[in-house]
Design a protein around this ligand. Structure first.
Ligand SMILES: NC(=O)C1=CN([C@@H]2O[C@H](COP(=O)(O)OP(=O)(O)OC[C@H]3O[C@@H](n4cnc5c(N)ncnc54)[C@H](O)[C@@H]3O)[C@@H](O)[C@H]2O)[C@H](O)CC1
Ligand SMILES: [K+]
Length: 494
């Protein structure tokens, strides 16, 4: 493996510290050398992104993140940049203090930052306040500094982690630096890619600090970033029966749209046949809107059971409701032991009547549904999305998709994949119904639950990015994703 193969691997802070230790104790590279390499890599990154920058301000915190900042400022001065350094708190630790002294001995001046002082007018602000050592919300004074930095309107380069972001979970307990670029060292921290963190990191640039491959031997990443991929082209002799039959179940009175979106997404996702089991009063609308869907009036479990023999995959929940009708269909679907995707009210019913799912099942909760499924509040889910998605998969013995910025996929064995695509325009009604249909379609085409969930989440999010790139995020509708989805599914997005 080359170092670049770590570009998609995500690690916990504890693992990164272990890699740190391995470099220092195992490879004999002093911690200070790592700091020097981090500073040099950060300066290269700064010059790449802002080649015209002449003046920088570096805000140094008390630990080694601050140490990186002092050395970056010293190197910047050597390279002809004007570097203002403002330090918050006394430097702790030999390396950080040594770095501060190196900056001062190079002729630099460290200004003690205190609340209310005027920030220097610069081209780029460098955030070297906190990195992986952040343990709690920023103190009010540092939070005020962060707001002052944002108020200047000048770009921000964050060293290793934007200060205020929990590098392990992606949670931001208070304020945090809003970076344009985050240059992160040695390994990608998993917290940079999920929860609220994606809104703070800007462009993430990974720097290996030139450490040898041996460093990573025996250290398995905690999670992996999804990469663009799609299904291989269809065999020429395909026929509609060879790509499965999705049966979408839902659409109680007044919520026909959800199950229609799910059914249509299953068609666009490549399923050979798609049927919809729903209320009688929706059939006309469904047939006229999308005649390729086979719409069935099911008034109860018996009517649904009559449809099951022809189905290969179930999509259960969009618009299902939690009344007697929906509950009876939900129970029949789960008892069928067919591969299934559970979403929306299908998940709310599961939270009320918890049970393990069959082998090939995928559950797709947003944070609120996840909270109900785990018996906690939504804030707890956001505090550690990795723990939440792993618990969902374990408890329900299904592949779990925890939706939201940086959607996560976990299997019951604890494997986790992170989606690096998607945008705020996708936070609108119907997007979840689409995802359910896409995942069902991929199951119907032979993907196992893990593949179907990962590919479905990535295609859905990439389609959302393509659609937003065309017309903007505001006003993005679920149906806007259907055409880009088809392009991506067929590898035609380039
Ligand atoms: N392996 C690598 O990736 C390298 C990491 N380097 C840099 O070192 C930091 C980690 O340094 P550390 O001293 O452990 O912690 P921080 O500098 O992030 O934090 C400083 C210190 O502050 C205290 N603290 C934590 N949270 C708060 C808070 N909310 N309020 C006040 N004080 C707080 C705590 O005691 C911390 O220890 C890493 O990010 C990299 O930038 C190496 O230099 C290069 C290789
Ligand atoms: K930082």
């Amino acid at each position: 493996m080359t170092a670049s193969s770590h570009r998609h691997e995500l690690y916990t802070v504890e693992q990164v510290r272990a890699l740190d230790r391995r470099a220092i104790d195992g490879l004999g590279i002093p911690g200070y050398e790592l700091m020097q390499r981090a500073a040099a890599a950060a300066l290269v990154c700064l010059r790449q992104h802002w080649p015209q920058a002449r003046r920088i301000a570096v805000y140094c915190g008390p630990g080694n993140n601050g140490g990186d900042g002092f050395l970056l400022a010293a190197l910047g001065r050597e390279a002809g940049l004007h570097a203002d350094v403002l330090a918050w708190g006394e430097s702790r630790g030999d390396d950080a203090m040594r770095a501060r002294h190196e900056f001062e001995h190079s002729g630099g001046t460290v200004h003690a930052w205190r609340e209310g002082i005027e920030l220097p007018l610069v081209d780029v602000h460098v955030d070297a306040l906190y990195g992986t050592g952040l343990q709690r919300a920023l103190t009010p004074d540092v939070a005020a500094l962060v707001r002052d930095i944002h108020a200047t309107g000048r770009p921000v380069l964050a060293l290793d982690v934007p200060s205020g972001v929990n590098a392990d979970t992606g949670d931001v307990p208070g304020d945090a630096v809003q970076a344009d670029v985050t240059v992160t060292f040695i390994a990608l921290k998993r917290g940079l890619f999920t929860g609220v963190a994606p809104g703070y990191v800007g462009t993430v640039q990974w720097e290996s600090l030139g450490l040898p491959e041996t460093l990573w031997q025996g250290v398995d990443p905690d999670a992996n970033l999804m990469q663009p991929w799609t299904l291989p082209p269809r065999p020429r002799q395909s026929h509609k029966g060879s790509n499965g039959h999705v049966l979408a179940i839902g659409g109680d009175h007044g919520t026909a749209g959800a199950i229609r979106l799910c059914g249509e997404a299953a068609l666009r996702g490549g399923a050979g046949l798609v049927s919809v089991a729903t209320r009688a009063d929706h059939l006309t609308a469904l047939n006229s809107a999308r005649p390729e869907l086979m719409a069935h009036d099911v008034n109860g479990p018996q009517a649904l059971e009559a449809l099951l023999p022809r189905a290969t995959v179930l999509a259960v929940g969009p618009g299902l409701g939690q009344g007697a009708w929906g509950h009876a269909l939900w129970l029949t679907a789960l008892d069928s032991q067919l591969p299934l995707v559970l979403d929306a009210d299908g998940l709310n019913l599961l939270a009320l009547e918890p049970r393990e799912c069959t082998g090939s099942s995928v559950i797709t909760p947003h944070p609120g549904e996840a909270a109900r499924l785990l018996g906690c509040d939504t804030a707890t889910i956001g505090k550690d999305r990795y723990a939440a998605v792993r618990e969902l998969a374990r408890r329900y013995q299904a592949v779990a998709v925890l939706k939201g910025a940086g959607s996560l996929v976990a299997d019951p064995q604890g494997r986790v994949a992170v989606c690096p695509w998607g945008n705020p325009g996708m936070a609108t009604g119907g997007m979840g119904d689409l995802l359910t249909g896409i995942i069902a379609a991929l199951l119907a085409q032979g993907c196992d639950a893990w593949q179907a969930a990962c590919l479905g989440v990535s295609l859905h999010a990439r389609a959302g990015d393509l659609a937003a790139a065309r017309g903007g995020e505001r006003g993005l509708l679920a149906t806007d994703l259907l055409e880009p989805l088809r392009l991506l599914l067929n590898g035609r997005d380039a």
